[in-house]
Design a protein around this ligand. Structure first.
Ligand SMILES: C[S@@+](CC[C@H](N)C(=O)[O-])C[C@H]1O[C@@H](n2cnc3c(N)ncnc32)[C@H](O)[C@@H]1O
Length: 212
């Protein structure tokens, strides 16, 4: 810790940038975090985690939106939660990640700790339909990656609490589109959403911007 502080001061003298700025944690992918992500992926026998490309895209979106209040629905073992957390670390925001499988929630918690993101990402164990109504405030970024037939119900639950200017992202809208037809129809035709479908990998994500 002391070494870090001394390094930050030395760097600030050298660059002319105040020490508080050079030592600020950022959303950079360190070799340590890369290792944590790799381990999650190699233990992920059910192939639940998003792809690395999708993870990178999520980090970029959170940072580009300047999101401060991020909600993840379906955390599994914390893979996407780490990418969201890196984005939120960049913005000074926070992520709440909900997971109802007890074992996976425990793993997510441990992986977030290993990645050094406990100050940014909080894992809540429980059914998101029951847990989200207990959370205070509004969200400016939502990432939905729970069971696909539930997407429309989750959208209905969360949309009223999405800030105008907020972003709603849903996963697997290309490779599992048949399991979520009502949801896709809703986001693609909603009068207050600009929605586009992107495919950083083959799974696809809908990205919806709330206009008002
Ligand atoms: C595809 S996985 C999520 C993968 C994760 N986003 C990642 O990339 O690391 C879907 C997860 O959603 C969880 N899930 C499904 N329905 C849920 C609900 N109603 N509440 C909380 N978690 C839920 C499942 O237990 C599962 O772990």
């Amino acid at each position: 810790m002391r070494l870090l502080a001394v390094t930050a001061v030395a760097l600030s003298l050298w660059t002319g940038v105040p020490a508080a700025q050079t030592s600020r944690p950022t959303g950079a992918l360190t070799p340590h975090i890369e290792g944590v992500l790799r381990n999650i992926r190699s233990a992920d026998k059910g192939l639940l985690a998003v792809s690395e490309e999708d993870g990178r895209f999520l980090r970029m979106l959170v940072a580009a939106r300047g999101a401060k209040a991020v909600l993840e629905i379906g955390a599994a073992s914390g893979y996407s939660g780490i990418w969201l957390g890196l984005g939120a670390r960049e913005t000074g925001g926070r992520v709440v990640a909900v997971e109802y499988d007890a074992q996976r929630a425990k793993e997510a918690d441990a992986n977030i700790r290993r990645a050094g993101l406990t100050d940014v990402v909080r894992v809540i164990r429980g059914d998101a339909f029951a847990e989200i109504p207990k959370l205070p405030g509004r969200f400016d970024f939502v990432f939905l990656d729970a069971w696909k037939p539930d997407y429309q119900k989750f959208f209905d639950l969360v949309y009223p609490r999405l800030e105008p200017g907020g972003v709603f992202v849903a996963h697997n809208v290309v490779n599992k589109k048949n399991d979520m037809e009502p949801f896709l129809r809703t986001v693609l035709t909603h009068p207050s959403l600009f929605t586009t479908i992107v495919s950083p990998s083959h799974e696809g994500m809908s990205v919806s911007y709330k206009t008002r």
